[in-house]
Design a protein around this ligand. Structure first.
Ligand SMILES: [Fe+2]
Ligand SMILES: [Fe+2]
Length: 269
């Protein structure tokens, strides 16, 4: 069994400072095998914000898989936005924009879906999909295959579908060939779990699409700050949601969803 803490949308520069220590304590207490951060580490991609994010990441358990979000690309500095979009991210967070992690139970591939030209919207290209394929295709069946992006492959009903990753259909076909089990993302500042088969009708395949809310941003779209913890075994996945409880000054367990593996994908228990 592997425990993965999935945090997203930290937004240093616009964080609720009161949450930082309680979040750190809760994540450490959960003793995850891996911490995933699915982008938007900063609010405006400023050096001071990246430095604060770097220090915070350093205070969380290792190893980590971190990918950039659109807020980690400069928006108003046009030169940097178009010519050095990830210069500061690389300097402070990770030279590798698409890190991964692999052991005997999980294989995790990070993909950078953030772009300079379409600043808010995300995209995935054929080269990135080929990279996922090279890493995940043909791996052992009992290893859970997990893909991490900032932008989502599904949105809750009623939300703007422009927020979906561009070229998602093309990517999902390859993810299905690879037997992808879980897609982790953020961006919406909304917690949401669904089956990929509800949007992408690919025979014999259904991955779990798991959105984390914002862990520490003051922009929470009416939802409490939250993060997810996944417990992954070859046959079962449990997703625990932890939400900020100001009265208790802690992130508390707020609910769980459980899924089991069937021949055509993951079923809610
Ligand atoms: Fe965000
Ligand atoms: Fe975002």
């Amino acid at each position: 069994m592997r425990i993965i803490a999935h945090l997203s949308d930290l937004h240093f520069g616009r964080v609720d400072e009161a949450l930082l220590e309680p979040l750190r304590l809760r994540v450490r207490e959960l003793a995850p095998h891996l911490v995933v951060v699915s982008g938007d580490l900063t609010q405006r991609a400023r050096p001071s914000q990246f430095l604060a994010a770097r220090r915070y990441l350093d205070s969380l358990p290792q190893p980590q898989v971190v990918v950039p979000g659109n807020h980690d690309v400069p928006l108003y500095n046009v030169f940097q936005r178009f010519f050095q979009p990830f210069h500061k991210y690389r300097r402070f967070i990770n030279e590798d924009l698409e890190p991964g992690f692999c052991d005997e139970e999980i294989a995790v591939v990070g993909i950078n879906t953030s772009r300079s030209f379409t600043w808010k919207e995300g995209s995935i290209n054929a080269g990135q999909v080929a990279k996922v394929r090279a890493k995940l295709f043909g791996g052992p069946a009992n290893v859970a295959k997990i893909i991490v992006t900032h932008h989502p492959f599904d949105v809750p009903e009623g939300r703007d579908e422009n927020q979906l990753v561009a070229r998602a259909e093309m990517a999902m076909k390859v993810f299905a060939e690879c037997g992808a089990d879980i897609l982790l993302s953020g961006h919406l500042h909304t917690t949401h779990t669904t089956h990929s088969a509800e949007r992408y009708r690919i025979p014999g395949h259904s991955a779990l699409i798991v959105q984390a809310g914002s862990a520490t941003s003051t922009r929470t779209r009416g939802e409490s700050n939250s993060f997810n913890v996944l417990h992954v075994t070859p046959g079962d996945i449990r997703i625990d949601r932890y939400t900020w409880e100001p009265g208790k000054n802690e992130f508390s367990h707020a609910g769980s969803e459980e899924f089991s593996r069937a021949s055509e994908g993951w079923h809610r228990k």
